[in-house]
Design a protein. Sequence first.
Length: 278
Amino acid sequence: MLTNQASTTGLDDRTSWTALYERTGVEPNDYVSEVRSAVEYGLHDPEDSVGMACAAAETADASVQALLSPWSLYTPQDAAVVASALFVQLRHGADALAELARSASRIVERGEAELPAPAGPGKPANLADALVALRTVSDAVHSLVDGHASTTVSALHAAPGTAPLPGDAHESVVAVAALLAEQHDRTVTLNQRHRDGAFEVANDGFGCGCSVTIAGDSEEYDFNRGDSEWSLFRESDGQKQPDGSTVFSTWKTLSTTSLNAHPQQLVDDILRVIAADQ
């Protein structure tokens, strides 16, 4: 039976809006780990400052690219976590602008740049104007975050969600089979390899052994979980072995590797592959 993992309760009034980001940030994540390793190693010179600022810009753009996906979020609670992280990003960005103003001022203090009087109306901005602008933008962003982050994150987190999210690999396979039976106009067969309730969840990246056979116009497909990915095999690509088994050297890896992927996302991928083969 599918489980809806979306919480319908709001954040506790005593819980900071940053908590969702902080809780998720401690989970294993290669992207976060790389940045934290760099910080622990030490950031001391202009190359570090420029490099990390550019990396932050790339990361912000990558967040945009990730959210462009039709399946970028499953529940309002997913959106709440992202909002928490993005508001923290904005706050850190505001801190960075303020620190940039202080860093540029230190260049002046060392006598290695001259701080002129602010440029008058209609004249090109100079260093003094730039430092004022950095502080002004920093203050404006801080004000926006302070005024909107908490209420926005809390509202997203409290919004009811009804996504039919599987609890394990077996639930995913069964749900995909049911959806395909409704949305595909050919025979769909659930190949159950164990009794109901007899599957024990393992963290080895593989599924429960169950699969779904899907008939196409002139091809047959098999959908299953293996080696930390969801795969679709074309029967015509298989090589029969003397013991009666079939070995595949090629298959289609679906767009999501998540064990608890939304079943419709997997179905969309499967039907797209089948349609392309027709």
